[in-house]
Design a protein around this ligand. Sequence first.
Ligand code: B12
Length: 209
Amino acid sequence: MDEILQKIFQGIVEGQQNVVAESVGIALHAGLSARTILDEGMLAAMAEVGRHFEEGECYVPEMLVSARAMKAGLAKLQPSLKQTDVKVVGRVAVGTVKGDLHDMGKNLVGMMLEGAGFTVKDLGVDVTPEAFVAAADEVDVIGLSALLTTTMGQMKNTLEALDAAGKRPKIKVIIGGAPVTEDFARSIGADGYAPDASRAVALAKSLIN
Ligand code: B12
């Protein structure tokens, strides 16, 4: 792996915010693409942190400092993920479902959608089905994120709340997050699933055209 990508990777694993922010700047300056930095440096590092946690080699506080370091890197990367002069192609509300506090996947999806010309309303984390329903009139697509197997059920609850409030089929609902699958999306009646942020953009575009 490129030396600077290795530094970003290690910086996230070790939770060194300044090292990560600085190294992302250096990598961009050296001409590495935002996508390479994101995929090979940052997302690979978060996956590694997840593996360490699963194997009992790190705990929640370490995951949190890694998450902060990742966010510092994302802030540096954000302008490069956005294209210039893109027209508004649609409106999306994104949020992490009730009971779930993981926000980086949701943030990344929001950033990439914005970069592709969508207007994005970020509803935050721990979002109740009622809050998604309240946002439904202002957008074309709602994006639900869940990182825990225990909160995936809230996606179904949110879809049911949107149905009960008569917001569908006008609103398209897309879902994602590490434990979520295409089959799960189909089983709860979501309009689509994407495994990552760039495919989330393609999916949102395909649903509003
Ligand atoms: C960082 C982290 C945390 C941080 C979160 C900080 C933050 N601000 O987000 C903190 C420390 C708070 C945390 C807490 C917990 N965590 Co945690 N966490 C992680 C970790 C290491 C990384 C997650 C991450 O940010 N990944 C990077 C992002 C960019 O990827 P992503 O979220 O998958 O998003 C991408 C796609 O999924 C997709 N996507 C995401 N959302 C959406 C939405 C739409 C609409 C679409 C289309 C696509 C899409 O696109 C994104 C970009 O490509 C994961 C491990 C892992 N491998 O996922 C564990 C992990 C998710 N956590 C886990 C656990 C168990 C917990 C805790 C319960 C631990 C505890 N005992 O307290 C708590 C739960 C707190 C809560 N109520 O939410 C487990 C979940 C196990 C399970 N099967 O349910 C994991 C898998 C770790 C593990 N291997 O055991 N965690």
